[in-house]
Design a protein around this ligand. Sequence first.
Ligand SMILES: *Cc1c(COP(=O)(O)O)cnc(C)c1O
Length: 383
Amino acid sequence: MDLEDTLLMMPGPVPVAPRVLRAMSKPMINHRGAEFSAMFDDCREILADIFQTKNDIMILSGSGTAAMEAAVGCTVGKDDVVVALENGKFGERFKDIAARYGKVNALENEWGHSFNLEEVEKKLEEGAKAITLIHNETSAGIQNPAEEIGKLAKKYDALFIMDGVTTLGGDTVKVDEWGVDIAVVGSQKCIAAPPGLSMISVSEKAFEAMNEKDALPYYLDLKAHKKSADKSQTPYTPGVPLFFGLQEALHIVKEEGMAARIKRHATGAKAIRAAADAMGIEMFPQLNDEYSHYSNTVTAMKAPEGVSGNDIKKDMIARGIIIAGGQSHLSGKIFRIGSMGNVQPKDIMLTIQELEVVLKKRGVVSELGAGVDAASEVLDTLL
Ligand SMILES: *Cc1c(COP(=O)(O)O)cnc(C)c1O
């Protein structure tokens, strides 16, 4: 029996509201017609508020990684150096993309360990065309200091390329104030649309870098996307049903308001941390200064002594709640609970309740209640 009602509590894809699903079942339209253009402009206007930017925002058909590749591929030439900051799987991905297009000068931290800003500055001093940062490193549950790194990028005249895939639409991001030249987000994370689209903001300085390059990628040519966007279109046929879904999801964001949405995300993650603490579960990130924080959208926890994170994940899935394990070498060592998108307090309470039962059955906690108690205490501040 499949009731189609498993609860996705992972860092994307996230549950999609029924009204978003209904929007996607509309008949197709001409992507060169007025109806599509109106939808495109409506999406870009709401996105500008989410990104806090006056820069151009393009919408690409392709997941978040497509936008990451567009960002680097359009600005970095083969002799250009990219300072790639890595403290998790997605930082590694930016580094790997940068290596395809230019030269990499990587700062490779242990995953989940916060960056030392002096070390970042030393890398930039060596000369760089661009610096890549994952604002919220989803694989490790750590939020990196975007604002501070933006200041350093400016000081050394490097393009600041930031992956905001698990912050934009759920947490504070100030593209213009922080000097982010290129910011990217995917549709299936905090914005709570289906996977398949990505959004990217591009500064004047980044466009200038593109003018200096002799060859740009073809499908991901951001100058071509800008030229079409100026006419409220995309250069090639977009994923039209995904646009229907994105527009509806963005309306939900607008109706809630970004301030309330940011508060809900922060409170949800705080509740999960409080519950973990009450159940004797440790956080995975190692924060070594005041500039880095625990993520407000995904919580990464160390697997308790003698239990694999993958077993916790399996036990939770058997109970209808999909959480995430660890990626690459973190497999088994950690488990992660996503709390991004339209996740409500009741979803977090149910997750913590089932997690507590799982931990009791595995002998990690001896009694039920401490986790639920701690989470509800925090979540009740939203009532
Ligand atoms: C999910 C995610 C991406 C994009 O991954 P896709 O599978 O291409 O959508 C990029 N960066 C971060 C930090 C993510 O969490």
